[in-house]
Design a protein around this ligand. Structure first.
Ligand SMILES: [Zn+2]
Ligand SMILES: [Zn+2]
Ligand SMILES: [Zn+2]
Length: 160
């Protein structure tokens, strides 16, 4: 997905979710909304000449994504972001120190549980067919959920 597409996706998604939810959104901590909007795994603008300069860590104190060469954040509270099937995920164990991750679908990645930051893109007509499936679909975006007691496919769907 190109950056423009991703932005468009976010705008569409937000516009849809915004109705009647303003209060809830204001309560949401700023770093969390920054986390959900950060484009990870793009090259760090401060370290373009270095290898392994992809932004794959998020600084909670500064509300921004950074790379392993950005030493300013070494003493800050941070979150390691991982890639799973082209999507940004975070280890459940790390994330639940900061927010309540219950009822969010988890995935086993290298033996550890992880949760998606944002819902995975889905085909336009997928939603209707998802809805007709019994039981588990995300309460926010309608995406099919693997494990029925869960109610959300991603952190974004739970907090928005
Ligand atoms: Zn950097
Ligand atoms: Zn920082
Ligand atoms: Zn969802």
């Amino acid at each position: 997905m190109s950056r423009a597409d991703k932005d468009l996706y976010h705008i569409k998604f937000k516009a849809k979710k915004m109705v009647g939810c303003e209060l809830f959104i204001k309560d949401k901590t700023d770093w969390l909304s920054a986390l959900l909007q950060t484009e990870f795994f793009s090259p760090c603008s401060d370290h373009q000449d270095l290898r392994k300069n992809e932004k794959n860590v998020f600084c909670i104190d500064c509300s921004l994504g950074f790379c392993r060469h950005c030493k300013v954040h070494s003493q800050h509270l941070s979150l390691q972001i991982c890639k799973y099937v082209y999507q940004d995920v975070v280890r459940l164990q790390e994330m639940q120190k900061h927010i309540d991750c219950s009822k969010i679908q988890t995935y086993k990645i290298n033996g550890e549980k992880a949760v998606h930051l944002n819902p995975r893109p889905q085909a336009k007509d997928a939603k209707t067919s998802m809805k007709s499936r019994p039981g588990a679909s995300c309460e926010a975006c309608g995406r099919y959920l693997q494990d029925p007691p869960n109610r959300f496919c991603s952190i974004a769907c739970k907090v928005e």
